[in-house]
Design a protein. Structure first.
Length: 94
């Protein structure tokens, strides 16, 4: 699936199922992660007759607000489609 304009598709990272102390967390105690990997990007939008490229790239780990985007199924797995402007930060960790 290829998003249009300045939309991106993000796969959420897997939530931690154990606490730092080794306690196994129940489904209700697990927080939904607000980090994910960009799996697809649109081509960007036109402003002033020129295409403005996106600031994120496929493969980058990004941070986004808890309620950003719309959940869509991609290959049977839930992904988020959102505007590139919804991304708050890009992880610089290797």
């Amino acid at each position: 699936m290829r998003p249009l304009r300045n939309n991106i598709i993000v796969k959420r990272l897997v939530a931690e199922t154990t606490s730092a102390g080794g306690i196994i967390l129940t489904d209700t105690a697990i927080e939904v992660p607000n980090e994910g990997v960009v799996v697809s990007c649109g081509a960007g939008i036109f402003e002033g007759g020129e295409r403005v490229p996106l600031e994120v790239e496929v493969g980058q780990v990004v941070l986004f607000p808890a309620f950003a985007g719309t959940v869509i199924p991609v290959d049977g797995e839930p992904h988020l489609i959102m505007l590139d402007s919804d991304v708050l930060a890009v992880s610089e960790e290797a």
